[in-house]
Design a protein around this ligand. Structure first.
Ligand SMILES: C[S@@+](CC[C@H](N)C(=O)[O-])C[C@H]1O[C@@H](n2cnc3c(N)ncnc32)[C@H](O)[C@@H]1O
Length: 238
């Protein structure tokens, strides 16, 4: 899977891309990430990428020309244009069904905003898929782009050692309207807290039953809304 990220701050990414699972996925050639600085498409004597809003008001707005031209250049450098995502708090909220749809695409181009956001003509011309990572306002789209890369990469075949592990995750596979059950590792006893006996029994059928029940109880306690929205969630997963 290929990701092209258009940003004013490409230097925010190498630390994140250079660690752990993502680094291994890149080294193995399963994932490619290319960074592009929108500033490279700025024109005029001051190479400005932002300007004051028409009509007045605080802050600066990202100019349409460098953003549109940067996206078009990245799109035309590939055989197919890729799926264009604009990170914006005004977009549809990202959830696991949404991630699953995006992870099926072979190429995502992600547009990260800054300041007060984009000149509206960027939306009108490029018609991006507008995605929000939550109902709050970030300083820029970069963290959102990292969220998208991180969530999609887990679903790229070969990235996770054990395919089953993503199927057991909260919101995923048979847990699509559940959160995952509690988990334990050694030691068996810690500060007077014991690992549930059933997990030590070696009886895989009983363990699976216990986990399913635990997951349901936990969901009822912590995220009852997932159970209430079961039909809607099933529909979103298609
Ligand atoms: C300070 S925000 C601008 C918010 C904009 N004035 C508004 O109210 O919609 C700057 C940039 O951060 C990114 N951003 C902020 N919150 C986000 C969110 N919840 N999801 C995705 N991107 C977000 C967007 O790229 C946005 O253009």
């Amino acid at each position: 899977m290929r990701f092209d990220v258009l940003t004013l701050f490409p230097e925010m990414f190498p630390g994140y891309l250079g660690q752990s699972l993502l680094r291994r996925a890149i080294d193995a050639g399963l994932v490619q990430v290319r960074l592009h600085n929108i500033r490279d498409w700025a024109v005029g004597p001051h190479a400005a990428v932002d300007d004051r809003p028409f009509g007045g008001g605080p802050g600066m707005v990202l100019k349409a020309e460098p953003v549109v031209e940067a996206v078009e250049a990245v799109q035309s450098a590939q055989q197919t244009p890729g799926h264009l995502v604009m990170l914006t708090p005004q977009g549809r909220r990202l959830d696991q069904p949404g991630v699953e749809v995006l992870a099926e695409k072979s190429h995502l181009i992600m547009l990260c905003g800054r300041y007060e956001g984009f000149d509206e003509r960027v939306r009108k011309i490029l018609e991006p898929d507008e995605i929000s990572v939550g109902d709050y306002v970030l300083n820029g789209g970069e963290v959102g782009a990292m969220v998208l890369i991180d969530t999609c990469v887990r679903l790229v075949p070969g990235v996770l050692g054990d395919v089953e592990s993503s199927q057991n995750d909260s919101f995923s596979g048979s847990n699509r309207h559940r959160i995952e059950c509690s988990q334990y590792t050694r030691p068996r006893s810690y500060r007077g807290l014991e690992v549930p006996e059933i997990l030590l029994s070696g009886n895989h059928e009983e363990i699976a039953r216990w986990r399913a029940q635990e997951s349901l109880d936990r969901t009822r306690r912590k995220r009852a809304d997932l159970i209430e929205r079961e039909d809607e969630i099933n529909k979103n997963f298609g």
